[in-house]
Design a protein around this ligand. Structure first.
Ligand code: ADP
Ligand code: MG
Length: 278
């Protein structure tokens, strides 16, 4: 398909908005980084309107999955498929994936000296065809920043430049709130936060979820049960060595909280099956 036809197709899909039954489909996804295989056949379904949690030991491939879905050029898809709302994600550039409604908040947000938060958000909205008149944009930004208890001075600070860990996570949540995606991939939005900041971020995500009236799906990568006290998951998935080795309800996150990943790590899938059957 030509570039222009492809663009028209994505724009058409975006204008209609994702259907209420839109889903992220990941089938047998394999990904390598610098020639090293990391994802070893990931299968996952995340419908809009649901919160799915992805947990797993460090280095199991959670961030790799997040980057691959968003189209980071360093992450090479070597097999499998990924689509959202019926559109093949792997055929699209990252900006088109964003136009389609995908959003990623980074585990380690990167500072962009020279680009203020306000200009960054304005440009991001414009790029997605969601530009607001200046006055409305500023009002909306102020509203969202107040909800996230962010000082107004952050508007004119360079994005993530000199931000503390907690401030970066709030800035990521602010992007989520302003962009109102259809599928939000949140990579450890809770890491390094104290209890108060955690509640603010969790409430922020919940607010966006409620505002979306069932039209946003969330793939939340986390290590902690605490954030799930605010954001009740529909499904919990456990990743280990580049695969989803177990899936279940919220009780699975409880189990990880009390027992850790040992049952999955030490004895492989037999133990995982045993954990699930308890
Ligand atoms: N950009 C990268 N360059 C080299 N290796 C990477 C890169 N990203 C991830 N990896 C490797 O891929 C594996 C999975 O990492 P990651 O996806 O970050 O796991 P998780 O998010 O579950 O902690 C690790 O062995 C890590 O070293
Ligand atoms: Mg990670």
């Amino acid at each position: 398909m030509s570039e222009i036809a492809e663009e028209a197709r994505v724009v058409a899909a975006t204008d209609e908005g994702a259907s209420p039954t839109a889903e992220l489909h990941v089938d047998g996804l394999r990904v390598s980084v610098e020639g090293k295989p990391i994802l070893d056949g990931v299968d996952l379904r995340v419908p809009v309107g649901q919160v799915h949690v992805l947990m797993g030991p460090n280095g199991s491939g959670k961030s790799t999955l997040a980057y691959s879905l968003m189209g980071h050029p360093k992450y090479q898809v070597t097999g499998g498929a990924a689509s959202f709302d019926g559109q093949d994600l792997l055929a699209l550039s990252p900006d088109r994936r964003a136009k389609l409604g995908l959003f990623l908040s980074f585990q380690n947000p990167i500072p962009i000296p020279g680009v203020t938060t306000v200009n960054f958000l304005r440009a991001a909205l414009r790029a997605q065809g969601k530009e607001l008149p200046a006055r409305d944009f500023i009002a909306r930004l102020g509203e969202e920043m107040t909800a996230l208890r962010m000082d107004p001075s952050f508007r004119s600070r360079y994005i993530n430049d000199g931000f503390s860990g907690g401030e970066k996570k709030r800035a990521e949540t602010l992007q989520l709130a302003m962009l109102e995606p259809r599928l939000a991939i949140l990579d450890e939005p809770d890491s390094g936060l104290d209890v108060d900041a955690l509640r603010i971020v969790a409430d922020g995500v919940l607010r966006v979820m409620e505002k979306s009236e069932g039209r946003m799906g969330v793939l939340l990568i986390t290590h902690y049960y605490r954030i799930l006290e605010n954001l009740t998951p529909d499904r919990v998935h456990i990743m280990h060595q580049g695969r989803i080795v177990d899936s279940g309800g919220p009780e699975l996150a409880h189990l990880i909280e009390s027992e850790g990943y040992d049952p999955y790590i030490s004895a492989g899938s037999a133990a995982a099956a045993e954990v699930t059957s308890r």
